[in-house]
Each structure stands twice: as structure tokens, then as C-alpha cells.
Design a protein around this ligand. Structure first.
Ligand code: ADE
Length: 230
């Protein structure tokens, strides 16, 4: 598990989109343990008149593009160094469907140090953001209306890796895709009632035979792969 206390800065046009996420137990625990979560609104730092942050795309086409001068101004206001130097001290991550797809090893890697997330909206951020970032991350091959949901998915997975954020570390070490499970999906879980509408919990789980339970769980580790209806 990650030992470093991390500082997380999120740049977005909609900081309020993170209200619910910020109140989740593992997030408040991580904060109690020293992880800082800062939310910044690009609009508060824009050098443009009328709080402008975006513009029409060169070459024409639909939608609006978040301006690179606005992104730089926000980074420089917060970190007090030229925007392109922020990535010298932390991972600077643009959330974009064009990025590397998030997976458990990447979440573990990102939990090792400070993070700065850049959320786009509309058609995304001006491509010259490539000069500012260390990573471009996607949460899947589909297009969301903005980076906020993707940033929260990434942060949820990352914060679970911070030691002490999840009350029972066993539940993280044995998560689906974890090293302990060799990257496999976790076995299925059941709870009371043992029978409901004729749907029975597998007998072995009620047997009290810990060895048999362990064997049953190991056998089921990979069973769900490719079964999208499960
Ligand atoms: N922004 C829009 N769609 C996205 C996706 N799939 N992943 C990350 N950021 C995004």
C-alpha cells in the first residue's frame, strides 16, 4: 500500500461536482491522515475578461475548447512556478478519452506521490496542454461530458491505496485486480439471508469449513471474466 502522504490538486470548472466525493469515508479518512485535497476553479484565475475560459476551435467545428493560457494562469496562481515546471514535483494528469486507460497498477503508481488533475469540459483542453502534463488518463473508451467524473473515478481508486484510508486494509489488499489475486476479479460475496426466493447461498460458505471456503473462493477468482451479465 502507498505510504506517502499525497497532496491532490484538482483543476476544474465545476469544483462543486466533487462535493459528494469529498465527503466519502475513505476520502475524509485520508484527509485526517494528512492527504490534502484542493479544488481549484480555472475561472477564478482566468486572465481574460468576463471570466472567459474557453474559445471556439481553430479550423472550425463544434464545441468550445478550454484555453491553454487559462490553464497556465490557474497552475501558476496555485503553484507559483511556470506552469510547465509543475510537473517536476508531481504527476500532472489530464483526464481525456485519448489517454492511457486507468487500471489498478496505474492507480497504485499514482498513489505514490502528489497529484495534479486537469479536468476538461466541452471539447476538452487545447492540445498544447501536452507541454504541462506527465500523463493523460482515460477511464474507458467512451466520451464523458467532462473530466470531473473521470477524475473522481481515478481519485477513488488512488485514495483506496493510501494506507489507513480504508478501515480494513485486508479489503484493499484482496480487491479485484490486486497483486494478491494476481490481477484477477475477486470471488463473489454473499450475506444473510441464506435463502431468499429460492436463491440459495452456496452450501460450502455455510459449512464452517475454512479450508473448503478458501478452496471454493480460489476456484472462483477468474470465473466472472467475460461474463458481463453477472
Ligand atoms: N473526459 C471525457 N471523457 C473521458 C474519459 N473517458 N476518460 C477520461 N476523461 C474523459
Amino acid at each position: 500500500m502507498a505510504r506517502l502522504v499525497v497532496r491532490i490538486d484538482v483543476f476544474t470548472l465545476f469544483p462543486e461536482a466533487f462535493d459528494w466525493f469529498s465527503r466519502q469515508v475513505h476520502v475524509t479518512r485520508a484527509r485526517d491522515l494528512g492527504t490534502e485535497l484542493h479544488l481549484w476553479n480555472y475561472r477564478d484565475h482566468t486572465p481574460l475578461r468576463h471570466a472567459q475560459v474557453d474559445d471556439t476551435p481553430y479550423g472550425g467545428g463544434a464545441g468550445m475548447v478550454l484555453r491553454i493560457d487559462v490553464v497556465c494562469a490557474a497552475l501558476e496562481a496555485v503553484f507559483n512556478v511556470p506552469a510547465e515546471r509543475v510537473r517536476e514535483t508531481r504527476r500532472v494528469i489530464e483526464l481525456t478519452p485519448r489517454g492511457r486507460q486507468l487500471d489498478d497498477p496505474l492507480a497504485g503508481e499514482l498513489a505514490q506521490g502528489d497529484l495534479c488533475l486537469l479536468c476538461g469540459r466541452y471539447e476538452g483542453i487545447d492540445e498544447r496542454v501536452a507541454n504541462l502534463v506527465t500523463d493523460r488518463v482515460s477511464i474507458g473508451p467512451y466520451v464523458l461530458s467532462g473530466g470531473e467524473i473521470a477524475a473522481q473515478a481515478l481519485l477513488d481508486a488512488v485514495v483506496r491505496k493510501i494506507e489507513g484510508a480504508v478501515s480494513n486494509p485486508e479489503s484493499v489488499v484482496g480487491d479485484s485486480f490486486s497483486e494478491r489475486l494476481g490481477g484477477a476479479l475477486e470471488y463473489p460475496h454473499y450475506t444473510r439471508p441464506a435463502e431468499f426466493r429460492g436463491w440459495r447461498v452456496p452450501d460450502v460458505l455455510l459449512s464452517g469449513d475454512h479450508g473448503a471456503v478458501e478452496r471454493w473462493r480460489r476456484e472462483r477468482l477468474r470465473e466472472r471474466e467475460g461474463h458481463s451479465t453477472d
